[in-house]
Design a protein around this ligand. Structure first.
Ligand code: 5RP
Length: 268
C-alpha cells in the first residue's frame, strides 16, 4: 500500500483498529429528513466525537467549517430520490478531481446487489476503485440500502459485502444481522455497521453495536440512531464507549443516561 493510501486509512481507522463514522449524507435522496433539516446544527455538536464524517460535497461545503473538521468520506453516488422510480438506479455524481480538491480521506458509493441495477452499481464501484487507487483514495462500498433492507440476513449481506471487497472496496459498510460473524468471515476487508431507521430503544442500538464488534466489525457508520435521538450527544458518546473503550451495552446505557441527565432537550 502506498503512503497516501496508508495515511488516509489511518485517518479513518484509529490506532485501536476501530472507528466511528458519522453519516449525514441521507439528504442526497431523502431531502431534509427529520433532524437533518439544517445539517450544520446536527453536525456541529457531534463532530468532536466522530472519527470521520460521511457526507456529500454540497453539505460539506455549505455546512462544515474547513478549519474545524474531521476526515471526510465523500458520498459520490446518487441521482435518485425517495419519490422517484427506483432508488437503486444510482450513478457516480462526483469527479475524482473534486474528491482531491476537497482533500477527502475516502469516497463512498452504494451498490445494489439483487436489483435491476446490480450490474450498473457494481461497475460504478469498480470504476471508482480504479480512480481512487490511482490517487491513493480508499473507497467505502455501501451495501443494501433502500428496499434492499428487507433482505437483512447474513446470507444476503455476506454476498453483497464479499462482492464489494472483490471489486476493490477498502472498507465495506453493511448492516448488523443475526449470525453477523458469517458476514465478517466472508469479507476480507474491514466492515463497519450502519444503523438503518431509528429503533425503539437506545439499548437495542447498544446491543447490536456491541454484538457486531464482538463478531469482528471494526466500528460503525451510524447516523439516524444517533442524530434522530432526542439526546444525540449522549448517544454518540455511549456508542463511542462501546467502540473505543469496549463498554458493554449496560455500561453504554448508563453513560447515555448520565450524559442525558446533564442535558436540557435541544441544548446539548
Ligand atoms: C444512507 C447511507 C448512510 O450512510 C447509512 O445508511 C448509514 O446511516 P444510518 O445509520 O442512518 O442507516 O448510506 O444513504
Amino acid at each position: 500500500m502506498d503512503w497516501g493510501m496508508k495515511n488516509r486509512m489511518a485517518q479513518l481507522i484509529q490506532a485501536d483498529g476501530h472507528c466511528l463514522f458519522l453519516p449525514v449524507d441521507h439528504g442526497y435522496f431523502q431531502g431534509p429528513t427529520r433532524k437533518l433539516e439544517e445539517p450544520r446544527k446536527t453536525i456541529e455538536p457531534l463532530l468532536p466525537y466522530a472519527d470521520a464524517l460521511f457526507i456529500t460535497r454540497g453539505v460539506l461545503r455549505s455546512s462544515v467549517d474547513p478549519n474545524n473538521s474531521k476526515p471526510i468520506i465523500l458520498r459520490v453516488s446518487g441521482g435518485t430520490s425517495m419519490v422517484g422510480k427506483d432508488l437503486a438506479n444510482e450513478g457516480i455524481t462526483t469527479s475524482i478531481e473534486e474528491a482531491i480538491r476537497l482533500n477527502v480521506a475516502a469516497m463512498g458509493l452504494s451498490i445494489f446487489v439483487g436489483t435491476d441495477y446490480e450490474h450498473d452499481s457494481l461497475l460504478n464501484l469498480a470504476r471508482l476503485v480504479n480512480e481512487g487507487e490511482k490517487y491513493g483514495i480508499p473507497v467505502m462500498a455501501v451495501t443494501a440500502v433502500g428496499k434492499e433492507l428487507g433482505k437483512r440476513d447474513a446470507r444476503f449481506l455476506a454476498l453483497s459485502s464479499r462482492i464489494a471487497a472483490e471489486l476493490g472496496a477498502r472498507v465495506v459498510k453493511t448492516y448488523w444481522c443475526e449470525d453477523f460473524e458469517k458476514v465478517v468471515r466472508g469479507c476480507p476487508v474491514p466492515i463497519v455497521m450502519a444503523g438503518g431507521p431509528q429503533v425503539d430503544t437506545e439499548l437495542e442500538v447498544f446491543e447490536f453495536v456491541h454484538d457486531g464488534m464482538q463478531k469482528g466489525a471494526i466500528g460503525v457508520n451510524l447516523g439516524r440512531n444517533i442524530w434522530q435521538n432526542d439526546f444525540p450527544v449522549a448517544m454518540i458518546k455511549a456508542i463511542r464507549a462501546i467502540i473505543h473503550e469496549n463498554a458493554s451495552p449496560k455500561e453504554a446505557q448508563e453513560l447515555y443516561e448520565s450524559v442525558k441527565g446533564e442535558t436540557v432537550i435541544g441544548c446539548e
